[in-house]
Design a protein around this ligand. Structure first.
Ligand code: ADP
Ligand code: MG
Length: 230
C-alpha cells in the first residue's frame, strides 16, 4: 500500500472553479516528488488535498490507507502532525528569535525545556543555522529564513514534508541550498513533495516529476525534467 493515494480527485472551489479534475496519483513513503506546471495549474490545491487543508469535492484522498474525509474535525490537528510545511513566504514570527521560532512548535507538543533546547540545537545544526539561533528574522537573509522555516517544519519528524514554492523568493544560490536540504531531509526517510515552477531546481533533482496543467496531470516521470511542452 502506498502512503498517499489520490483516487479520482476533483476539487471545485465554492465559486464553482474546478481546480483539480479527476486526479489519480500515488506517492510512496520515502519518495521525493516534484509537482510542476504553470501558475494556476493546481499544484497548491493538490498539496492542500494531501495535508487535509482542503477536501475533495469528488473522489477520495487516502493517507496510510485511511480516507482523509473520515477524520473527525477534532483529530485533524493531530493528523496534520504527519506533515511539515514550508511556503514561499517563510512565515516566521517576527517577534521571536530563530531559536524561539522553532522551539514554540515543540512547546505545543508538551516537551521539557531541556529536551527542546537539545532538539532545536540539533536541527539548527542540520540546516547550518546554529550560529544565528539568537537572531531575529529581520536580521537574517531570505535564504537563511527559509532554512529556519525548514528546520521548524521538520523538528517534529513528520512523515511528509510539503514544500510549496520554497525557492520562489530566493536567489539561485540560496535556492540551491534549500534544494540540498530538501534532499537531506528526504535521505533521512521523510517523503518530500515539492511544488515549484523553477525549472533549474527540478532539473537538478533527477527525481520523480509530475507535470500539471489546468487541474490535470499531464506527465508523471520517474526521473523527470521540467519539460514544458510535449
Ligand atoms: P498553482 O499552485 O499551480 O498556481 P492553485 O492550486 O493555487 O495553482 O490554483 C489553481 C486554480 O484554482 C487557480 O486558477 C486559482 O485561481 C484557483 N483557486 C485557488 N484557490 C481558490 C479558491 N479558494 N477559490 C477559488 N478558486 C481558487
Ligand atoms: Mg501555488
Amino acid at each position: 500500500m502506498k502512503l498517499i493515494n489520490l483516487d479520482s480527485v476533483t476539487k471545485e472551489y465554492p465559486d464553482g472553479f474546478v481546480a483539480l479534475a479527476d486526479i489519480n496519483c500515488e506517492i510512496d513513503q520515502g519518495e521525493f516528488v516534484s509537482l510542476v506546471g504553470s501558475s494556476g495549474s493546481g499544484k497548491t490545491t493538490l498539496l492542500k488535498m494531501i495535508y487535509a487543508d482542503e477536501f475533495p469535492s469528488d473522489g477520495a484522498v487516502y493517507f496510510g490507507g485511511r480516507d482523509i474525509c473520515d477524520i473527525k474535525r477534532k483529530v485533524l490537528p493531530h493528523f496534520r502532525r504527519n506533515f511539515g510545511t514550508v511556503f514561499q513566504d517563510f512565515k516566521l514570527l517576527p517577534q521571536k528569535s530563530v531559536f524561539e521560532n522553532i522551539a514554540y512548535t515543540l512547546e505545543v507538543h508538551g516537551k521539557s525545556d531541556a529536551q527542546i533546547a537539545d532538539e532545536v540545537t540539533n536541527i539548527l545544526n542540520v540546516v547550518g543555522m546554529a550560529s544565528k539561533a539568537d537572531k531575529y528574522p529581520h536580521q537574517i537573509s531570505g535564504g537563511e529564513q527559509q532554512r529556519v522555516s525548514l528546520a521548524r517544519a521538520v523538528i517534529h519528524r513528520p512523515r511528509v514534508l510539503i514544500a510549496d514554492e520554497p525557492t520562489g523568493n530566493l536567489d539561485p544560490i540560496s535556492a540551491l541550498s534549500i534544494v540540498r536540504l530538501l534532499l537531506k531531509v528526504n535521505s533521512f526517510g521523510t517523503t518530500v513533495i515539492l511544488a515549484t515552477h523553477d525549472k533549474s531546481v527540478v532539473d537538478k533533482l533527477n527525481r520523480r516529476v509530475i507535470l500539471m496543467d489546468k487541474g490535470r496531470i499531464m506527465r508523471d516521470d520517474a526521473h523527470g525534467k521540467y519539460i514544458i511542452s510535449g
